[in-house]
Design a protein around this ligand. Sequence first.
Ligand code: FES
Ligand code: FES
Length: 199
Amino acid sequence: MHSKEFGPFAPRKEDILHYEPQYKIVSCWINGIKVTKMTDVRASLTDFLRNDFGLTSVKKGCEVGECGACAVLIDGESFNSCIYLAIWAEGKDIWTTEGLTASDGSLSIIQQAFVDEAAVQCGFCTPGFIVSATEIIARGKYYTIDELRKELANHMCRCTGYENILIAVQKANNIENGFELEEEHVVNRISQENKKDYM
Ligand code: FES
Ligand code: FES
C-alpha cells in the first residue's frame, strides 16, 4: 500500500479510539485496613503492595513464583504475590509481615523466634518465610522439623541456611499452640523460664 494511504502522511479521518480500560479500582483489606485504589490491570499484587502502599517486606525475588520471597496471606493462605494480579485482590483479606507487628512495635512470636534463633542473615527471604509460617501455625497442629521442611519447600534462602529457619518456625508453632519446647529450641537460645516472655 502506498505510504500516503496510511500512517503519518495519510489524510486525517475523524474517529474515536476505543481501547479496553487499562486501570481498574480494587477494594480489599490490607493488614486489617480497608483500602480502595486504582491499579493497572497488568500489575502484580507484589507491585500493588510495594508501590501503592509502601509494604516493602513483600520482596521481589524471582518474580516467577519460584522463591517465595513475595509471599503474602490471601484470605489466610500464603500465596506468591508476584504471580497474582492486583485486580484479583478485589474483596480479599491480605496480610504482609508488616501487619504481624503490634501497634507498639513489639514483634509477634514468629518474628521474635526468627530473631532469637538467628534465622535471619540478609533478611531478603525472611518476610516470605514468616508469612507462610503464620499460615502453618494457625492450623494448630504439631510439626516435626522434617514436616516443616516440606511445608516450606517453596521458599528459598540463599544465605542463612535452612536449619535455623526451621527451628524458629517449629519453636513459634510450639509456643503458639501450647506444645512443649524441644531441646534445640532451648540450648543457647531461650530458657524454659524465659518462655513466659512469649506468652
Ligand atoms: S518473587 Fe515471587 S516467588 Fe519469587
Ligand atoms: S537470609 Fe538471606 S536469603 Fe535468606
